[in-house]
Design a protein around this ligand. Structure first.
Ligand code: PDD
Length: 286
């Protein structure tokens, strides 16, 4: 049985409790982070901690722990659960006031709720799926306008994943005004004539921690990068495509809405970026 962390305590997962009045449960009033673990170490912890601070600040929520405490909790859970490859999930909500009310509770009277848990994923880095690539469909992006904040409002992304499954695909890319915003739980890229094209960061997409690292590594490897909007038609006509996230690293996309990209196999750029990302991230892991 897993050991999880809830509001200061390490507990067996079946003893961990959160109030039914928690605003995370009642209102999706909370933020989260996902940090991957390779070789028993955390990948880009500093990036995830910095984005967490930003998400909290944008929603006027206080951070219940310092970065040092957060790092210690992550490490303790990785160690207690014997995670070599996997993920650490962190959720912070605006806590559990006495009554349900749309207005935010007084933070002095209602401390935030903090929960962390691990998911063990042996073989995460050496994924057979990455060798094959994934298929995506396109769906309309009907999410709210602050996608840069990593909130726990994940219903539409879940629905998108189900629409993809139903269509025999692996994931969905979301489209707004004809342009791709991002995947249900990842950032989206196409490759045309050797150039990597991805949407610039704004309130429209999550500022992926993996995205920032991958673009930095691509630049260091002298690859050409263009941060601009791209349409779904342009994507279907691309040589290659891929996604990035903490849980998939760099994952090739080989088909969009049933249209194979190139020869329908992962291509050159995405597999190379995956290799560079994994190598560099392992070296910098803490
Ligand atoms: N998802 N865009 C969205 C909508 C996401 O949910 C995520 C992450 C990303 C990539 O961000 P990062 O590189 O920092 O993981 C982009 C996580 C993995 C999840 O919900 O499981």
């Amino acid at each position: 049985m897993r050991t999880v962390y809830v509001n200061g305590d390490y507990l067996p997962e079946d003893e961990a409790k959160v109030s039914i009045f928690d605003r995370g449960f009642l209102m999706a009033d909370g933020v989260y982070e996902v940090t991957s673990v390779l070789d028993g170490k955390l990948i880009d912890f500093a990036g995830h901690a910095a984005r967490l601070d930003r998400s909290l600040a944008e929603l006027d929520m206080a951070a219940p722990v310092t970065h040092d405490e957060l790092l210690a909790i992550h490490r303790e859970l990785v160690s207690r659960n014997g995670i070599e490859e996997g993920m650490v999930y962190l959720q912070i909500t605006r806590g559990a006031p006495d009554d349900r009310d749309f207005a935010f509770p007084d933070p002095e009277a209602t401390p935030s709720t903090i929960v962390l848990f691990t998911q063990n994923k042996p073989g995460l880095a050496d994924s057979p799926v990455a060798k094959q690539g994934i298929k995506v469909i396109s769906i309309e992006d009907i999410r709210w306008g602050r996608r840069d904040i990593k909130t726990v409002q994940l219903l539409y992304p879940s629905m998108g994943k189900m629409m993809a499954k139903k269509a025999g695909a692996d994931d969905a890319w979301m489209i707004e005004d004809g342009h791709v915003t991002e995947g249900t739980s990842n950032n989206a890229y196409i490759v045309k004539g050797g150039k990597i094209i991805t949407r610039p960061t704004s309130n429209d997409i999550l500022h992926g921690i993996t995205r920032a690292a991958v673009l930095r590594f691509a630049q260091e490897a002298q690859m050409e990068i263009e941060e601009r909007l791209f349409t779904i038609d342009e994507a279907k006509d691309a040589d290659e495509a891929f996604i990035t996230s903490a849980s998939t690293f760099v994952m090739p996309v080989v088909e969009i809405d049933g249209v194979p990209l190139g020869d329908g196999t992962p291509g050159k750029v995405a597999p190379r970026l995956r290799e560079i990302y994994l190598d560099e991230s392992r070296k910098a892991a803490i």
